[in-house]
Every structure is written in structure tokens, then in C-alpha cells.
Design a protein around this ligand. Structure first.
Ligand SMILES: Cc1cc2nc3c(=O)[nH]c(=O)nc-3n(C[C@H](O)[C@H](O)[C@H](O)COP(=O)(O)OP(=O)(O)OC[C@H]3O[C@@H](n4cnc5c(N)ncnc54)[C@H](O)[C@@H]3O)c2cc1C
Length: 509
């Protein structure tokens, strides 16, 4: 018997408290939180496991890590409905062991955006991207994907400083900070946010900006999912423009030169602030038996052959690469890492030195060897990224009102290192791969410490669940975040009923 007819047959008793009448036109689901959503009038916004659209929505999560199966998925259509869902879920009988998850783009690779035992609030319909010429603000919904945001805003000839991979969502990206092509002039993505619309656990909707709820505004800039559900980001817009954009592949034998040139680029960033550089190492046996080095070289003013890349461009390509003149929308649409696999991820920052870059490169080779022995060469692909993190990014953030991340960029130029691995087999192999990755990350951290090259920041958007990005913000910022969380959610419900992601209440406990 299909679940719906089973439920309506009356053979199934719902989880409603005895004597409670059920007012919805739909039959009870058997799950108190889903019934509470129905009673609150959100029937039309609920997906039940019996419906094909439910299965399709689970499939749309980027990594397999996230494809869990909640009791039901609620898809509010606006901030008011988010508030209704918030109130209904927090008012439902919380006995037992069920919780609430929030999804925006669904791109988080660690599974912090969905839940088996509980309900997922899916913000897919909050996907606006509109521009107000008078204020020069673009209002962007959390459920939108960056490639769609850029395409919509391009109609008004503006852009915002968001993600580089077009499939990444707005909501999670901006809460973790947001590393973009525009770091050299605009700082982190969150530095462009002038106002956050937030649904708090008491069901009220507030606007947090420099003037109103300014403590919440600052905390949201990198403070993660700790205060409420953000339903709109109002971001300062920039004129739309064509980027000079080039993706290169280079033989691994040139790694020492690349390490040298990356470090020099980062140390001289203030001379070419419109340039953006990402270097990566990839080992994918279906493409090559050897590790390949890739670079993504961008000039946000469309200038080809910027002096920033002069040295790097002396290194020969495997296949000749040219600069394309493309919009951000085109760059994002053309840059989407395929999903549908198990994922492992971890991240660190360390001082911008050739020695540490070379160490990190050699650790990638060691990791590849270990992975070949552990799960077989054909069953995984690596992507280890290096991004400049010079102190000047911190200066830009400070100028724009500050954030929770950039404090660590006060003393020395750093490298943002991110290890990513696609596991093509199963969850067991993923766990094995993650354990090897965590050991490598610990080794790299202790090596950087041993030579005086450690830096604190663990960048939230790339962190593994065992890492402590909020704790890496330092005692002062941790206290600040705890204070803001307490002021806006005095019962700590966002910490306990929405337990996924990095929670400030877990830091230092
Ligand atoms: C291929 C790839 C490329 C990437 N590129 C970049 C990059 O260029 N720069 C960068 O900084 N990061 C990048 N990331 C990391 C990315 O920013 C994070 O995974 C981010 O969390 C994804 O955002 P999302 O909206 O898709 O998040 P989701 O997966 O939907 O959510 C992430 C977390 O945030 C919470 N959350 C989401 N929306 C809200 C909300 N509105 N209110 C409260 N809590 C919320 C969720 O509960 C969850 O814990 C990349 C990741 C991948 C896999």
C-alpha cells in the first residue's frame, strides 16, 4: 500500500498527542513535525517521501554524503513562510530524537544540509536576484545558485562577488565568508553584504545591517549557521564586466617553480589587485597516471597578460591555453565540478612560504600513494587547492565593516590550502579516505608549526566536520559569536534543534 493511501485509511495512528485534533485537509503523516507544518497551513509546501518530487530533491544534493531522507521536506515560498515553518517545527512535540536541517544550494559536501531523522527546510524557492539602482544593492535569495544570480543580475548590467563554481548556493557560501575572484579589491563575499534578512527562532523577521542589529550583521559575516535562517542577502553590486579567464594544465615536474611563483604572487598582491589565482593539484587515473597541476588565472578587469601572471606564464602548458573574455555568469556556468559521488574535504592555512608550499605538494603525492593502496587508483580523484590569503584581504574586510574571519590576516601572508577527494565507490571507502586525509592535515599542521609557519584560520566553507573553523577565529571572536547567539536565540534553540554545521556552542566545550 502506498504511504498516502495507508495514512488516509486510518490504519496508521499519527504522532499527534491524544485528543489533539488535526485541522489540515491532508491526512496526518505520522511524524509530529510534518503534521505541525500541515496544521500551520504549509501543506502545499511539503514534500513527502511518497512523492516523486521528494526523490528528485534528494538526488539534487551535490554530494552523496548529503542524500539523506528526512521525514518530509518543507519548501517555504517567502520569509513569512520560513517564519511559519520555524514556529511550527519548534512548537511541535520535540520528544524523541529528531532535528531540523536547512538547505540552500545543497552544495555543502559534508552532509550538513540534510537529515535522516527530522525535517529539512529547503530554501529553493527563495531564489530571487534583483537589483535596485537607487541603492546599488542586489537582493539575493539563499536558495539561488550563483550562476543563476549572475545571469539575472547581468540584465541590469551588474554583478555581485559570489562563488566561482556556478552550482554552489548563495546561502551557505556567504555564511562561511565566500572566497571569490574579487578578493583583491572587495575582500570576502560576505564583505559585500549590507543587510541580512533573518528569521529568528522566536518567529520574528529582522533586518541586520550597520545601523540595526549591527551585532548580528557582523556575526553573520563568516559566523556560519548559528543565529537564525537568513532569507535574503542585500549585496553591494559592481558594474558587470568581462573577465580575462584562463584555465591551464601544467606538468607536475614544474611544481617547484609553481610553488615559487605562487608565493611571489601572494607577497606582491597589492600590485595587481584585479588578479585572482587558484592553483590546484589533481590526480585522476582516468585522465593521467601522473598528478597534473592546474591554474585558474583571472583578471577581473579583462586585462590579458597582467604582470601578476608574468612568471607563471613562463612555465609551459601541457595543452596550450588562451585567455577567454567572458562574463562572470559565463565563467560560473562553465565551471561546475560534477557531483553525485562521495566527498572528503579538509582545509588549513599556513604561512606563504616556498618550503610550506613544497611540503604540501609532497604530501599530496604521499596521499595519492596511500589512497592507491587503500581503495585502488581507479576509485578516487583528488583536487587540492591553493589560494592566496594575503594580509591585504583583511585590510579590505576591515574597511568594509569587518567580519569574523579576517582577524587572522593581520600578521603574515598566508596560503589557503584545501584538500578535496572524490570517492567513486562507497561510504566505507569514503571514511577510509577521510581518515587518511585527516592524518595528512594534522601532519601538515604540525610541520607548519614546527617551522614557525602556522596560521590559525580554518576556513569554514572547506572544513571537514572534525575541524573547528569557528574556534579558529580566536577567543575574542568566539566570545562575540556566543554573545550574539545568546541575544538573538536566548533558549539556544538554533544550537540544539538545528544541530548541523559548525555550532558556536560546541566551541571550547
Ligand atoms: C565544487 C565546489 C566549489 C566551491 N567553491 C567555493 C568557492 O569558490 N568559494 C568558497 O568560499 N566556497 C566554495 N565552496 C564551498 C561552499 O561555499 C560551501 O559548500 C557552501 O556551504 C555551499 O553553499 P550552499 O548554499 O550550496 O550550502 P548548503 O549546502 O545548502 O548549506 C551549507 C550549510 O549552511 C547552512 N545554511 C545554508 N543556508 C542557510 C541559511 N539561509 N540560513 C542559515 N543556515 C543556512 C546549512 O544548514 C548548511 O549547514 C565550494 C564547494 C564545492 C564543493
Amino acid at each position: 500500500m502506498r504511504l498516502k493511501s495507508f495514512l488516509s485509511s486510518g490504519l496508521f495512528m499519527s504522532g499527534l498527542a491524544a485528543g489533539t485534533s488535526f485541522n489540515s485537509t491532508q491526512p496526518p503523516t505520522g511524524f509530529p513535525p510534518c503534521d505541525a507544518l500541515m496544521q500551520a497551513g504549509l501543506e502545499k509546501s511539503i514534500l513527502l517521501p511518497t512523492e516523486p518530487s521528494y526523490a528528485a530533491r534528494i538526488e539534487s544534493y551535490w554530494s552523496l554524503n548529503s542524500r539523506q531522507h528526512p521525514f518530509c521536506i518543507v519548501q517555504p515560498r517567502n520569509a513569512k513562510e520560513v517564519a511559519t515553518a520555524m514556529t511550527a517545527l519548534l512548537g511541535a512535540d520535540s520528544a524523541g530524537d529528531w532535528h531540523i536541517a536547512i538547505r540552500s544550494g545543497g552544495h555543502n559536501s559534508g552532509g550538513a544540509n540534510n537529515i535522516d531523522n527530522g525535517v529539512t527546510i529547503d530554501l529553493v524557492h527563495l531564489n530571487e536576484a534583483t537589483y535596485d539602482k537607487k541603492t546599488n544593492l542586489a537582493s539575493v535569495g539563499p536558495g539561488a545558485k550563483w550562476m543563476d544570480v549572475y545571469a539575472k543580475l547581468a540584465k541590469d548590467d551588474v554583478l555581485v562577488t559570489g562563488g566561482r563554481d556556478g552550482d554552489v548556493g548563495v546561502g551557505g557560501f556567504l555564511l562561511g565568508g565566500g572566497s571569490t575572484f574579487f578578493m583583491g579589491t572587495e575582500g570576502f563575499g560576505c564583505d559585500a553584504v549590507k543587510n541580512y534578512e533573518v528569521v529568528l527562532t522566536n518567529g520574528t523577521i529582522v533586518n541586520a545591517n550597520e545601523k540595526a542589529h549591527s551585532d548580528l550583521w557582523l556575526a553573520l559575516k563568516g559566523g556560519g549557521s548559528n543565529f537564525g535562517i537568513v532569507t535574503r542577502y542585500d549585496m553591494e553590486a559592481l558594474p558587470n564586466k568581462k573577465l580575462a579567464h584562463k584555465v591551464r594544465t601544467i606538468n607536475i615536474t614544474h611544481a617547484p617553480q609553481i610553488a615559487r611563483d605562487f608565493v611571489e604572487f601572494t607577497d606582491n598582491y597589492e600590485k595587481f589587485t584585479n588578479d585572482a589565482l587558484v592553483v590546484y593539484l589533481t590526480h585522476n587515473a582516468t585522465i593521467s597516471k601522473e598528478t597534473i597541476v592546474g591554474t585558474i588565472q583571472v583578471n577581473t578587469e579583462g586585462k590579458v597578460n597582467s604582470t601578476g601572471f608574468e612568471k607563471l606564464d613562463e612555465i609551459p602548458d601541457i595543452a596550450p591555453a588562451q585567455y577567454d573574455h567572458i562574463t562572470l555568469a559565463e565563467a560560473a556556468a562553465g565551471s561546475q565540478v560534477a557531483g553525485g559521488t562521495w566527498m572528503c574535504e579538509a582545509t588549513l592555512t599556513f604561512s606563504n612560504t616556498k618550503g610550506l608550499m613544497k611540503k604540501a605538494i609532497s604530501m599530496h603525492e604521499r596521499y595519492v600513494r596511500d589512497m592507491k593502496n587503500a581503495i585502488g587508483e581507479e576509485n578516487f580523484a583528488t583536487m587540492f587547492f591553493f589560494q592566496p590569503m594575503p594580509t591585504m584581504f583583511g585590510d579590505i574586510s576591515k574597511r568594509r565593516g569587518g567580519n569574523m574571519i579576517a582577524f587572522d590576516l593581520e600578521e603574515k601572508n598566508a596560503v589557503l590550502w584545501t584538500a578535496g577527494v572524490v570517492v567513486k565507490t562507497n561510504q566505507q571507502d569514503r571514511i577510509h579516505s577521510q581518515s587518511l586525509m585527516n592524518k595528512m592535515t594534522a601532519d601538515l599542521k604540525s610541520y607548519s608549526k614546527s617551522i614557525g609557519g602556522a596560521t590559525n584560520l580554518v576556513y569554514l566553507n572547506y572544513a571537514d566536520t572534525t575541524q573547528d573553523p569557528l574556534g579558529s577565529y580566536g577567543a575574542k571572536n568566539v566570545d562575540y559569536l556566543k554573545g550574539v547567539a545568546k541575544r538573538y536565540d536566548s533558549e539556544g534553540l538554533f544550537q540544539t534543534r538545528f544541530p548541523l554545521g559548525f555550532k558556536i556552542s560546541s566551541v571550547g566545550s
